[in-house]
Design a protein around this ligand. Sequence first.
Ligand code: DX5
Ligand code: ZN
Length: 215
Amino acid sequence: MIKVAPSILSADFAAMGEAVKKLKNQGADWVHFDVMDGNFVPNITFGPDMCKAIRPLTDLPIDVHLMVEHPAEWITPFQKAGADILTIHVESSERHLHRALQAIHAAGMKAGVVLNPATPISVCTHLLTECDLVLLMSVNPGFGGQSFIPETLRKIRELRAEIEVRGLPTLIEIDGGVNPETAKLCRDAGADILVAGSAVFKAESPAEAIKAIRG
Ligand code: DX5
Ligand code: ZN
């Protein structure tokens, strides 16, 4: 079953609570929460305090995508803020990714790594047993509303093949430029979770958009 994770980066920041409250009825599976530090990526969004603020408003899992340097420093703050899933970039300054993934698990959250478009799948091969999910970026991180990079499809197929051959339960999440059309390509290539920001929040009917993305 495909999961859809609307990215609240594209929601109205002045009405964030209302947007989050509606997501479950609109058919969302997870709330995708984009953390940017103005350093790893050229943009700044929000942090643990925002996570804490929205936590009581939904029972959907909060999927925190850390686009920050030193991501391990944020494991405890996000655990305390009620996050369910924490993903860290392999390109970040974290040298000990394996240890960081273990620390996320020890903190009671699901863990995963994120790969930028330029990063090969081989980087995460030896981390897969520690990953509940791998997030493949289908745009360069930092902003919503960019176009899907088609090369991502080859990466999804490669990762899917590796996961299947080893019989692992690791899920594949795709983030960036996902709309009903690119979602179909991702599903066919073997994706499990589809993140969508603008395609959901800028749609006339977010519920219809989520349905179309799920396929
Ligand atoms: C980009 C973020 C995405 C972003 C996706 O750096 O990680 O989650 O919100 O937005 P869309 O779906 O508009 O590309
Ligand atoms: Zn994201």
